[in-house]
Ligand binder design. Structure first.
Ligand code: 13P
Length: 256
């Protein structure tokens, strides 16, 4: 059985006085719900809040904290960067890598992402690696080629034991923050293609065990339908993770 996962990527939103009540709102909301204990819940706040978030959630079953990025360097004179070791040392267990906003605005290459994945694993952080095509590539029907290239160039150097730890997110760029969700057919088709592509390299056991999350305008009104697809194991949520009730309801929307 693959893990069911809902991760909230807060991006660069919420000051500290806004972030704490939101975290408590999510916690309160989930405490009132019996049936989500089995779902892995991950929150990725901005770096400065990681330790506090870890401290205030560490007793809760299946509740973890993630960073939104890490440096591609181990340590040293890289002003403004935050290393995988630092993230691990404040209690985070996961790290989002290769988000399309990092690729687009900070020119991250597959080579950078590969280095970050290696450092994350070295420091015992679980990478959530993002893939996804832009609207132009989708129009040209090149989405499978784009996503396969991202996967092979950033992840296929890993050993089977290492790869088995990775979580994949499929986030079509044209659906992020646009309110334009991919259709369930498009999502299932891509998730199935990702799983098949992984199978060609790592075999059916590893491919069948990797959790693949969907991200891109996933919200309370479409999460149940998306999560009912056989190859969709949960979501990576942006905007809707900034509202306690919406995020909690998304966590509750797996088919029983
Ligand atoms: P939205 O849910 O706001 O579209 O963002 C998705 C995303 O980028 C999560 O990483």
């Amino acid at each position: 059985m693959r893990k069911k996962i809902v991760a909230g990527n807060w991006k660069m939103n919420k000051t500290y006085p806004e972030a704490i009540p939101l975290l408590y709102g999510i916690k309160d909301n989930l405490f009132r719900s019996q049936n989500v204990a089995g779902v892995l819940k991950i929150i990725a706040p901005p770096y400065p809040y990681l330790h506090d978030f870890y401290e205030s959630t560490k007793g809760i079953k299946n509740f973890y904290v993630a960073a939104q990025n890490c440096s591609s360097e181990e340590s040293g004179a890289f002003t403004g960067e935050v290393s995988a070791a630092m993230i691990k040392s404040v209690g985070a267990q996961y790290v989002i890598l290769g988000h399309s906003e990092r690729r687009q605005y900070f020119n991250e290459s597959e080579q950078d992402i590969m280095k970050k994945v290696d450092l994350a694993l070295k420091h015992d952080l679980i990478p959530i690696v993002c893939t996804g095509e832009n609207s132009q590539s989708r129009k040209e029907n090149r989405q499978f080629e784009i996503v396969s290239k991202q996967l092979s160039e950033s992840l296929f150097h890993l050993s089977p034991e290492q790869f088995a730890k990775i979580i994949i997110a499929y986030e079509p760029i044209w659906a992020i923050g646009t309110g334009l969700t991919a259709t369930t057919a498009q999502v299932q088709e891509m998730h199935h293609s990702i799983r098949s592509f992984i199978e060609t390299k790592y075999g059916s056991d590893i491919a069948g065990g990797v959790s693949i999350l969907y991200g891109g305008s996933c919200n309370v009104s479409n999460s149940a339908e998306l999560f009912s697809c056989s190859d969709v194991d949960g979501g990576l949520i942006g905007g809707a993770s900034l509202k306690a009730e919406d995020f909690s309801n998304i966590i509750r929307s797996f088919p029983s």
